[in-house]
Design a protein. Sequence first.
Lengths: 425, 263
Amino acid sequence: METLDLARLQFALTAGGHFVFVALTLGLATLIALVQTRAVLTGSAVHERMTRFWGRLYVVNYAMGIVTGLVMEFQLGMAWKGLSHVAGNVFGASLAMETIVAFFVESTFLGLWIFGWDRLNRWVHLAVFWVVALTAYASAYWVLVANGFMQNPVGAELSGGVLKLTDAAAVLANPAALTAFGHVMAASLVTAGFFLAGVSAYHLRRGTAEREFFRRSLRIGVFTGLPALAAVVAFGEMSFGTLQPLKGAAFDGTAADVARLQADAVAAFGPGDYVPPLGLVRGSGMAMLGLFSVMALVSLVSVVLALFPRAVLGLRAWHVLLVASVPLPFAAVLAGWVFREAGRQPWVVYGVLTTEEALSDLPPGLLVFSLTAFTVLFAVLLAVNGWLLARTARRGPDPAGSPGAPDAAPDLPSGSGAPVPAALF
Amino acid sequence: MEIALLAFFTAGYFVLSGADFGIGMLLPYLGRSPGERGRVLDAITPFFLTNEVWLVAAVGFFIGAFPTLEGELLTGHYAAFTVLLLGWVARDAGIWLRGRVDRAAWRTGCEAAVVAGSWAVALSWGFVLAGSAGAPPPLLAAAVVALAALFAVHGLALAALRLSGGPRERARRPFAAAGGRTAHAPTPGRTAYAPAPGRTAYALTSGGMVLVCLAAGSRLPLAENLADPATLALLTPATLVLTPLLVASQIWLWRVLGPVRAG
């Protein structure tokens, strides 16, 4: 493989790995914030325990999102310096805002939330989690402003080989960013909804003693999933309106459409091959739509069944279906992401800079080294994290009447050498 | 102003996170038993995430305000940054995962990841900082060693402030030796500590970290590589307004965590 392929593969693996965790984190943040709000408003014990249990899964997942995110932030400069050279004035500034406005605050407030359970006033503690959730949205927004600019560079002018910002409002309100933001937020709610429903169904099928706890959680998941899917499709439709012509043709056009648009692109941008990888674009697009249909079917059935308390508690075939459906949204967001990013090729910033031009001048051996090392490290971490997430989910909430350890952070691993009570983790 | 902001975030990272890495490097020295090592890690666990976000912010501001230079610097030190990231991720994973499985082999593996990761990060920073300051090979090697030592001493200074018992005594010992005083051997029935280096040592090692950042940064062509004025007209004021809020949120966290003392 050439350096370009290696660098693209490395970025794809990092970004893809990051995105699956982020999809769950974003959606879970919303649901946890709502459940905690209810717990604080009504003083409901079961909602407080739900906040703690789903919050613990949130924290396990958040850790993986961070480490993959770190590698992504650095990789932009390390392997794709052309991107910061040419588009840094727009692209770089939105990433800067992401780190300063969003990620910094999100992490600090998450620390406050994790360690603040028994130290902060419960209203303050609730407000702290809302800050975490809102800054997570802000983070997604700024990242999609950067990505939207790569898809559809507006509000900037090329002068002397460098893009200069001319209209910040156009960049911030870029339709390619806003529709993607809505689409991703809705998809993350679908992911979290299916996750809640699936984990709850697992416990209900096994005849858990926590029937009230998981009955409520399952219903939250199911009743989130369906409207979120509707929002996914609505924003998805709008996103199709912002597709680059060749991405659209690669997805559902004829060979003649592709050839005609290729000729148009040559006329506009000079000689070159402007056709994205057809099989990948078409395959990922079909996978996204196919998975959507399956999820819509599961959701429709589930919403009806969730109206019957006896089905919620005892319809084991449905429980199996819900457990089996947990991976579907993850596969769908990955497919959607491949569709969006592979379909933009050969451009990194559409019509301005190709992926090849953006590549740093690096010897292939160096990339083989970093690609191998990151792949091995992330594969191990993904496996460990998936296992931990499943184990934490299987173990269920702490028994009622033991609201976390009094003086330890319930959700962060204690490094204490003393044996750790299993219930804490 | 952009240079000052970049320096602020970078120095904040080296002071706050640098001590976490120093403690990680010296974990086998500070903690002699699994229990002690657990208490040492307890002392940094609540803070390490909110300390390392300073670098995320620094790199974010770097790419926003000095995009061309960011690309050049990261590409120019590709190998060092790769090792740095690998070490950083391994260190973080070790801290996140250590307490999640109650098995001795698991904890030992996680501790090994913390130690190896911390060393990898400290040594890579030496290559990046001294390399970008244009040091020739012999000087580069000396600078890498010196910076790793600074990380370690800075970690000891924090450990001496925050730990207790045996780990604290071991953290204080090198300072006492450097001060020309001998550490007292603990006598049975009475815990004797070496004289407390306390806050002065931590302030000094923090100052050292800041100086290293400023020295390396002063060799970078920052002023020549500023982003376009139209971008900075938005980015810089926004960052200036937000920075006090970021600092305030971290101070709040430290106050909430105040009672968390290991040991």
